[in-house]
Design a protein around this ligand. Sequence first.
Ligand code: ASP
Length: 582
Amino acid sequence: MDLSTSMRTHMCGLVSPADVGSVVSVCGWVDRRREHGEHLVFIDLRDHTGVVQCVVGQNHDLRSEYVVQMTGEVRERPAGTANPELASGEIEIEVREVEVLSAAEPPPFPLDERTEVDETIRLRHRYVDLRKARLQRNLRIRARVNSAIRRGMESQGFIEVETPMLVASTPEGARDFVVPSRKEPGSFYALPQSPQLFKQLCMVGGVDRYYQIARCLRDEDLRADRQFEFMQLDAEASFVGQQDVFEFISAAVAEATEAVTGVRPREFPRISWIDAMERYGSDKPDVRFGMELVELTEIFAGTEARVFQAPCVKGICMPGGTEALSRNQVDSLVETCRRWGAKGLAWMKVAQRDSSAVLDAGVAKFLSAEESAAVISALGASAGDMVFLVADERRLVRHVLGLLRLELGRPPVNEGGLHYLWVVDFPLFEGFAADGSPLPAHHPFTMPHLDDLDLLGEGGEALLGVRSQAYDLVLNGWELGSGSVRIHRRDIQNQVFACLGIEPAEAQRKFGFLLDAFGYGAPPHAGFAFGIDRLTALLAGESNIREVIAFPKTQSGADPLTNAPSPIDGAHLRELGLRAPR
Ligand code: ASP
């Protein structure tokens, strides 16, 4: 694309040997300056495409990060001085005219990629930080992801509809950010946790296929993969089932992936939630590596060994683990598993005796010969491996071994390729709250599996067996997003509310507008949303989403650049009917 303007003919990084002999103008920031005597200064001039070496004869006052325009003739670099690391490494500009467009203070930190800079300082001067090649690259990847998603959705007939930012509380289950109303002191808007209810109303409104690249706000503790505000591709369609949604979303994700990596992923395999939990101990399995959880309960059904007398025994096998792990490391893994809630972690080495693999050391001596042999064969272990077993309640075993598996085998974020995975058949409820009411695994508008409607009626523990028509999309162990087939029938919706302990009056007060809407002709509908920050981070090979967000908040939710959040003055507070805490 031609990016020339009235001030420049070329981008710095794109001046090439083909331009030798022509006069060019480039504009940018002084990246580096090297002096070779009083009358010879080399300036690396930088824009987002890279740097170009400019040879300036006279001693201009050009310091780091000055913004300048240079005009001169392109020539080949003298023999032996070419820089193969730079796209423009074979040429330089013999500068005839220099114009300082803007002088600059010395930068608050070096802009090279090697220096580690404290994050608060980076964020306070994010405009300087953004000049780094890594962030420029990431922002451009992000822009490509956004436009590919738009293309992907629009080519399937989805239209972009914008939903409001000032809303009543939405049901994603996180804490709301609220905005006080000046007109109605004491009343508040919520900022949307997602456009969930509006997109469903769009379906009742006949939109048929809606999407939006939506900003969502949730007041939750921040982590590497979570910010207060984040962007998601939000989508909903009418007269569809689960399969249709998989196709729509996989196509958009494939489009985005191809736009960044050049390769279109063909496979979006599926796994049921229960399989994911049993085999990986996680509802967001990282399938870039093996080390699956193996069921050993049967083997220990009549065991003499006290440690394995438990409702569930599972194990994992770490190939080459006896060499890779020191005794200290093993001890600290045991401690870590205790912190995760296990009573203990049984470990054994796999050794070679005669011509067969045997369990050795650790708790090996407590196992009978048959148990040992059965464990080795179930885990497919061979000499040099290390095996780890946990015996406890099933949920706990899965949880602890799932975390241990990641701890021992998870590759770095930018290795092992991109493995998308649909996780299907989530349970409708994920457990019970302190007051005994079940907790929805997704949100209360998720359609139960129609075969499980009877269980829904039973209540109690049986509720945990109710499957839902909810699904997640997972990439390399990160939950990219979730969605579900929605309830569009008032009777089922009321039944689910009743299970959740939401009284009809409360349901009416909170979601009455949606229930009313359903009374006016609701098409069956389903939808999905996935996080664009997360997808972009993984495509860019970044482990922290802050690296793909132009202006992120710190881990504690502050913005060191603008000083948000900050107090507002008394008059403003009074106008809103608020008082500052003392
Ligand atoms: N509203 C859901 C979320 O933001 C996604 C969906 O069910 O479509 O997680």
